[in-house]
Every structure is written in C-alpha cells, then in structure tokens.
Design a protein around this ligand. Sequence first.
Ligand SMILES: [Zn+2]
Length: 183
Amino acid sequence: MNFRPAIKFCSQCGSATEQAIPSDGDTRLRAMCTGCGMVHYQNPLNVVGCIPVTDDGRILLCKRNIEPRWGKWTLPAGFMELDETTSQGAARETDEEAGADIEMGRLFSVISVPRVAQVHLFYCARLRSETLNPGYETIEARLFQPADIPWDELAFRTVSITLQRYLEDRAAGSIQVHNIDLT
Ligand SMILES: [Zn+2]
C-alpha cells in the first residue's frame, strides 16, 4: 500500500535509495540508501485534536479553509510536531485553528486509520471563553448545540465518530475512553 510517496533520496547524504529488506531481521521493504546504507523507515503519523465544549454543552467546530476537505467542518486537530506531547499538540492546533481559550481535559478517543497510516487522538477540553479568533486555516469557528451539528458536512470520519461517541457518553452520563480501529 502506498500512503505516501516513496523516499527516493537519502536525507543524510543525498544518494539515491533502493527498496530492499534490511538484513537485521526486518521483513519489510524499506528505502535503503545506496551510498551510506541508511534505512529510511516510514511510520504512521499522529493527528492530535480536541473536543472543546462550553460549560452549557455547546461544541466548537471549525470550517476548513485548507485542503483536503475545504469548506467542511472539523474538530480542531492537526499533525503532531516533533517537540511536543500529544495534548500540547492538540492545544496548539486549537489555538491555531480557532484561537480558543481551553482547559485541556483527558484523552477521549484513539483511532487507528491504517489506510492512510495515521493515528488520530482526541482529548476532552473545556472552553473557558466564547471569544474565538480563527487563524488562516479556518473560514469560520462556531459553537454548535448537539442537535445542530452538521453531520453531513463533517470533514473526516474520525471526527464524526468522536463526536458521535462523545454525545452518546454524555447522554449516558459517563465519559469513557474509546479505542477504535477504522479498517
Ligand atoms: Zn545516504
């Protein structure tokens, strides 16, 4: 399966790579440098985000101003950076996409999406203020009553599943942690 373009050149020495199985007991084809021998492993990426909720239960969604899924609604989320923890990344994305003042809560969902080699993690979050200041990645940031969530206009399946499970838990009076495999 090709999730991402194959690595063609070595990031260490710039030589061409070739697809080969490293001789250390590995079983998969890797991009191996024909010059220095460096093995370029490719592994899933983490997407981190949160479910920002006002004290009266409204949920913050952002209308995407970027591809993919331009114009669709999402929970604030994005790729984790190298120098941060998962919850720090979720907080940063929420600041960048919505300019929202949140108090980060606990982990809510971990969703594996092997088809695109990603793991999505969403945290619970409390919105401290209704003042929003969306950045360039967001056309509009808005608070939705659960009944008004635009289910048909959500950007990603991981977002709709997380919202669905969150609202079910809330209705049942107990917020759980959800480990989901989207295969
Ligand atoms: Zn090399």
